[in-house]
Design a binder for this molecule. Sequence first.
Ligand SMILES: Nc1ncnc2c1ncn2[C@@H]1O[C@H](COP(=O)(O)OP(=O)(O)O)[C@@H](O)[C@H]1O
Ligand SMILES: [Mg+2]
Length: 270
Amino acid sequence: MGKAKIIAVTNQKGGTGKTTTTQNLGDALALKGLRVLLVDMDHQASLSILCGIDQPDQLPDEQTIAAPILNVANHEDPNTRATIRHIHDNVDLLASNVMLSRVEMYLSSVSMGRETILRRVLEPVMDDYDVIIIDCAPNLGNLTANDMVAADGMIVPMCAQYLSVKGLDLLLAQYSDAKLLNPGLEIIGALITMKDPRRTMQGRIVESLQAQREQGLAMFDTIIPRAADTEEASAKAQSIIAFKHDSKVAQAYLRLADEVMPWIMGEDAR
Ligand SMILES: Nc1ncnc2c1ncn2[C@@H]1O[C@H](COP(=O)(O)OP(=O)(O)O)[C@@H](O)[C@H]1O
Ligand SMILES: [Mg+2]
């Protein structure tokens, strides 16, 4: 394979399962033999921490994604490969830290092409991977615009407790804007996360799901259940797949990978 497909895991709401989904979908696809690059585009660096970097803010700038972004903004060679670190079998990481928030402010002053910078950062390593998964920040700012312009497809995790059609309107508006610069961008699907196994999905949730389908939003069949072992895994800086492979959450992410695989291979019939 090679020439990676790029997936942005995005939702401007915090706490919907973006970072958990990025890490576990990455591990699940790596287990299926794909070469995976995870990209942390949140200055809070949760993904970097989950990948075993204890204190991301102590990383030198040149070991975080801030460096290649600034290189591109300054018309230099991005030097992306030097920034990437190996995590485990088939999984690499472009880490982030608090510096990324300063980079985001700086991008506002770049007059041309500021939304295509991440695309240009990733271009030199596209042949090294089969899939690149971007963990987006919980907002719709400059960096998230970059994520959507770089990506081929979006996965939108939505927490079962607060499926919100209002927030979705804003996300879909940014999606339309991103398509001006990136006409091929697709929504691979919305993903329901953290569903309480003891509660059936009723009332408002079913209604808002209906509203999403009416807006033409594809939904994954896989639903990620809520389970306490997810927090235990993250306390150990592991994916749930590595921590407890037979847990319900791990198994759900493996099924999600099966659903995403045809899209990655370009065989998606949807
Ligand atoms: N399936 C799950 N079951 C239980 N807790 C979860 C699950 N998915 C995520 N969490 C927890 O919910 C919190 C928010 O998840 P996270 O992936 O960080 O969301 P986001 O990146 O969208 O802010 C984290 O503490 C995470 O460990
Ligand atoms: Mg996150």
